[in-house]
Structures are given as structure tokens and as C-alpha cells.
Design a protein around this ligand. Sequence first.
Ligand code: HEM
Length: 470
Amino acid sequence: QTNRQRDGDAKASSQPEAAVPKLLHSLSKRFLGPISSPLPGPPSLPFLGNMLDLAQEHLPIHLTSLAQRYGNIYRLNFGNTTMVVLNSSEIIREALIKKWSDFAGRPYSYTGDIVSGGGRTISLGDFSEEWKAQRRVAHRALQRCTMDSLHSVIEKQAHHLCQVLRDYNEKAVDLSEDFTVAASNVITTLTLGKSYDKRADQLQKLHDCLNKTVSLWGSPWISALDSFPLLRILPNPPFSRLLKEVGRRDKLIGKHIEEFKTLTDTHVHMTTVDLLIGGTETTASLLNWTVAFLLHRPEVQNEVYKELCGVLDVRYPKYSDRDRLPYLCALINEMLRLRPVAPLAVPHRAIRNSSIAGHFIPKNTLIIPNLYGAHHDPEVWEDPYSFKPERFLEGGGGSVRALIPFGGGARLCLGEAVAKMEMFLFTAYLLRDFQFLPASKEEPLPDLRGVASVVLKVKPYTVIAHPREQ
Ligand code: HEM
């Protein structure tokens, strides 16, 4: 609505002849739900609906391009489900934060139920008293870690990571596994009370199976089973593999949980799964993205290095130094903006009839917060596809308020505080101790488009970690 329209509406409603439509409006609102125009969206094919849109290789980019045609809120159909995609930070905030109690649900899905032990993970469990208690317990436990020991746990892993990189002696290597081990060891220290060597058989097995579970679950062969129940009777090798991986995962986690004699119930088991999945691939991928982008703009590494040396002299940074390190913080914010590693968050479900941006949203509608789209909204971000940490420096025009990489409201990422501290300390340690150089002049720089599944990952690449002279 323009200001002019709003002024016009205000005048009209103060005149007597406006009373009749107003009465009709409030009656219809009461009995039929709010009046609103139907949601726009691409044409829906018989039987398939918008399945072809949803099967696109890089879904966040595709959904963002649809927003250019259909606006910041549009609908997609598949099977008997309607999905509403939100593409700007204002609209996502309205649904997830302002109307959190309307949209805090999670949709039921046949395959989601299997990977979440019957909806008992925090991330996939529906909004209920039981879920609230589970989230509260996990949240309190993480808060306690944040206050007591999280800083030293991350510092230890950051020092270890730097040593691993030094031991490569400037060989060109793919660092993704080392980043995964570092992020994973933070979470296993918090949840299981131990960390693992990179080569430890248990760690390899755990990550192999968590990775396979997440990527198989995100594959179209498996999501099709949610929308088209008839397909469930046909043989489906990826689905059989998923069932096998879920079984392996539960055996591995079960072994660890057994050690905590009093904590053997399914919720504790599934909370551990949540923290391991939510807390490993996300942070590790963001570190891997950061190095990939820095290879494209090496001068940014030098700026951060200069800032670290200027402010800290020779000591390693603490999280409390962040106000004195604006360039480093700008780099992390820009990475969270450009590559929100959970690009479509986790689908929400409308718990009751409600509205978003003036559109009526019926109970049970699926809501997709397109965080990737919101972070590339040209109305908010100048030159949204460019890597420019400077936009977050004073006067650079970047709005921290429009950043929503962790979602918001009742379903705000449970590990936000952990992830922010990890990103700060890991990035600071790495850029203090190393200059990242391309593997060779002949090889192309890393591909920055990435591979999108539940987590947005960079394609494998190799890099040289050249130690800085201290
Ligand atoms: C850069 C790192 C991370 C990013 C960008 C990120 C982002 C997100 C997003 C977008 C969601 C979905 C919010 C929604 O549904 O609206 C989420 C949920 C979640 N995240 Fe994270 N996350 C990160 C790291 C972590 C870490 C380190 C942990 C654990 C320590 C974690 C645990 C969780 C859990 C348990 C949920 C489910 C919350 C719920 O459904 O109530 N995440 N995260």
C-alpha cells in the first residue's frame, strides 16, 4: 500500500457511506477469514503441481528468481500441499517473529517422521508442550556451556586446527574435512564430553552416516514419497539407503548415550542428533565458504590480518574483542548474508488461520522462509550478489537488521550463540596464522555457486595455507 492509498482509506472510513463495506468486511472476516487477494505463483500442472520447480538443482536460487516474477510472497503446489515462499526479510520477520505463535509448527512428513524418531528432534518436532520442554532443556544446557566453557572449548579446537594446517607444509589440500572435524569436536565436547582425532574410526563413521542421512533426505527421490504416497509401494533404492543410515546413526549415538545412565530416553537421544547435525555441517560449511570467497578477493584477507595485528599485537583474539575488530565482524556478516548455510531454513507450518503481508494463510499451510532470497533482495542490498564485507562497516549501507541467517521467533536456531562464537574465533585464528592462496595458477578459483540441499555447501576445492610470519 502506498501512503496515498493509506491516507485515502483512512479518509473513506471516517465517512458514513464507508460504514456498510466496513461492516461487510468485518462480518466476512469473522465468518470466512480475512479477505485477501489470492497468492500469485507459477502455473500449476495437473497431478504434478509445481513439482518441476521444486526439483530444480539449486532450489534457493530458483526460488529467488521466481520472486522476481511473482513478488516476495508467492505459492507453490505439490501433491495436495500448498507451500508459501517468503522472500524478503520484512515478510519473514512478520511470519517468524511478529506472528511466531501462528507459524511455529513443523509440517508432518512421512520421511521426516522416519529421520526424526517420530518427530522427536527439536528441529522437526511439531510445536507442542513436549517440544517446548525439550527445546527449553537443550537451550538451558547450551546457555550454561556458553557461560562456562564454550570459549575454551572453541579456542582449543581453533589452536588444533591451526596446527593441522601448519602440518600440511603449504601443500594444496581440501580443508573441508578439517573444518568439519573442528566444528564437530566443539559439539561432541559439549554433548558427549569428548573430542576425536580426525582419523578416529568412530568420528569417520558418525559423520559419514550423518552426511548421508542429510543428503539422502534432501534428494527429490525421497521427498517425492511425502507428496505422492502411492510411490511408497514401489522399490526405491535411495529410500532403502536412508533407512539403513538412520539405523546406523541411532546405533552410534545410542552407544554414547548409554554412558549417561539417567539420560537414555528418546528425546535426549534425538537432541544429541539435532546438535550434531545442526552444529557441524553448518559452521564447517561457512568456514569453507569463507576461504573460497577470500581466494577471490585476497585483499580482504590482508585487511583482516592488518586489523588483527593492529588491535591485538601478537596475542590470539577473545570473543570479547569483537567490538574492536569491525572488519573481521563485517567479513563474518557478509558470509552469513551471501551463503546462509541453511538457505531455506526448515519448513514451518501454520498452526492456525493467519495472514502474511495481507494475504490469508489457512491453517496447515507450509511456509518456506527463503533466507537466501531475503539476503539477495535488491530492495535492501546494493549489488546483492557481490562479496563486499565493507557494506557492514560504518557508513557502508549494510543492514544487520535485515540479516536473518538463523531464522527467528520460536524456531530461532538453537545454536546461534555457539555458531557466532565459533565463526568469530575460528575465522580470527585462521586469518591471524595463515594466508590462503590458490592451489595453482592453472587451476580455476573455487566455484562460488555451491550445491544446495538442506545445507548450502561449496563444491570441493583445494587451497594452500601459507603460514604468516608472526
Ligand atoms: C552458521 C551456523 C548456523 C546457521 C546459519 C544456522 C541456521 C539455522 C536455521 C536457519 C535454522 C531454522 C530456523 C527456522 O526453522 O526458522 C536452524 C535451526 C536449528 N539449528 Fe542452527 N544454524 C547454525 C548453527 C547451529 C549450531 C552450531 C547448532 C547447535 C549447537 C544448531 C542447532 C540448531 C537446531 C537444534 C535447530 C532447530 C531449532 C528448532 O526447530 O526449534 N545450529 N539453524
